[in-house]
Design a binder for this molecule. Structure first.
Ligand code: PMP
Length: 412
């Protein structure tokens, strides 16, 4: 029985039951048409209405500036997951950077291209992967690691080193992008607030819609939908008009080719997707519908006169995370939280049992499952226990887990 199980998986992750109940109906018969939602054309009026509803929901929740001018943002739906965007950010920002350089200089472009830098904050497994993809695409000589958090924490992720140790590229003209992962799903590290950086790109896959975001600080924010927003299959990108034509000059593919810089597939090309309102190719509109329903629930719980709209969900996320961390801390001889207190994620709570004792961790998971508390095993790359505390995890589930944590600690 679904109602008896509490699931803390890291992604794909729980969705609100009422959304899934409605989803099971629209899969068979959408809007009384006799046709199911996965069967209709992505170019039908119904699909367009779904797309507009989800875009407007996100726009209102995150207060995304709307305009065709340089201050506006586009809300795009793509495929290829968060990992697809690791590549898309490189393709796009390098093309913008080279376009800017070529506009200023017609001569000596080879020397100029050697100055290209992509700045990466490496604070966990996902930003590490993103930086590796950048190095694969443009060469590691162009990738500048602003910080590698492992160097400050016994070779493991778990801190965000202090700003005075960051080595951001000095010359702003050389920086194509500054990249960070707002919440590291595997390592349980979350930025308390966005760092400063030129052409700031954020991966918010695992803390999307869990707190207000300073959109204007960012060139791009992206995230896979399968954790806080919806089903696996779509990726959301919020892209500033400043880095899209006609506000930004993009290098021609011929010039990129000449400079030995990469040219991405068209399905990851933000200007193409933006120009076609996310309908360049077949968009899984069912996934867009699910995300729209999840957003509508967040809007309903947080009226328009309440500002920011994400404050209600943020308070709930904090409450659940505080409850769980307080029990973990109260039994610190049994539970060892992996990341430093200052950067603990509200979404993915990572800890070891009895210093990582394999038997104890196995017993912990077994005991949890016997109480129908599921999905608590840490990521295979790091082991341990991970509680994913996404929006659809009810307060009641966090409370049940907290009492299990108490009870298990007493047996140790
Ligand atoms: N970024 C983060 C923070 C993630 O947690 C994940 C997936 N868990 C990804 C990127 C990769 O997403 P995908 O599997 O959709 O490519």
């Amino acid at each position: 029985q679904r109602s008896e199980v509490h699931y803390f998986g890291a992604g794909p992750a729980p969705l609100p039951t009422p959304v899934l109940e409605e989803a099971s109906k629209v899969l068979l018969n959408y809007n009384d048409s006799g046709i199911g939602l996965t069967e209709i054309s992505h170019r039908s009026p119904e699909a367009n209405a779904i797309l507009a509803h989800t875009q407007s929901g996100l726009q209102r929740l995150l207060d995304i500036p709307e305009s065709d001018g340089p201050d506006g943002y586009q809300i795009l739906f793509l495929q290829g997951g968060g990992s697809g965007e690791f590549s898309a950010v490189v393709y796009h920002m390098v093309a913008i950077w080279l376009g800017g350089v070529a506009k200023k200089k017609q001569q000596g472009l080879d020397q100029e291209a050697a100055r290209l830098r992509l700045d990466y904050f490496v604070t966990g497994s996902w930003s590490l992967k993103a930086s590796q993809e950048a190095a694969r695409l443009v060469g590691s000589e162009h990738v500048n690691i602003v910080t590698d958090a492992r160097k400050y924490h016994d070779g493991k992720f778990g801190v965000i080193p202090s700003q005075d140790s960051w080595t951001q590229t000095k010359s702003k003209d050389d920086i194509a992008l500054t990249y960070y992962c707002d919440n590291e799903t595997v390592d349980g590290v979350e930025f308390p607030c966005a760092p400063e950086g030129q052409n700031l790109i954020a991966d918010m896959s695992s803390n999307f819609l869990s707190r207000p975001v300073d959109i204007r600080k960012h060139a791009v924010i992206f995230g896979g939908a399968q954790k806080n927003v919806g089903t696996t299959g779509i990726t959301i990108a919020i892209v500033s008009n400043r880095i899209l034509p006609p506000h930004a000059e993009m290098a021609d593919p011929a010039l990129l080719r000449k400079m030995g810089l990469p040219i991405g597939p068209v399905v990851l090309n933000w200007p193409t997707i933006a120009k076609n309102n996310s309908l360049y190719n077949t968009l899984p509109i069912f996934d867009v519908w699910i995300a729209g329903q999840v957003m509508q629930r967040l809007l309903d719980q947080s009226p328009a006169d309440k500002s920011p709209r994400m404050a209600t969900q943020e308070a709930e996320s904090n409450r659940k995370a505080d409850l769980l961390y307080s029990v973990l801390d109260a039994h610190s001889t049994v539970y060892n939280v992996v990341p430093d207190k200052s950067v603990r994620s509200r979404m993915n709570l990572c800890f070891r049992v009895n210093g990582g004792n394999a038997e104890a961790e196995k017993a912990f998971l077994k005991g949890a499952e016997s109480r129908n508390l599921m999905g608590l095993k840490g990521h295979r790359s790091v082991g341990g226990i991970r509680i994913s505390n996404y929006n659809a995890v009810p307060v009641e589930a966090a409370e049940k887990l907290a009492s299990y944590l108490e009870d298990f600690a007493k047996t140790q």
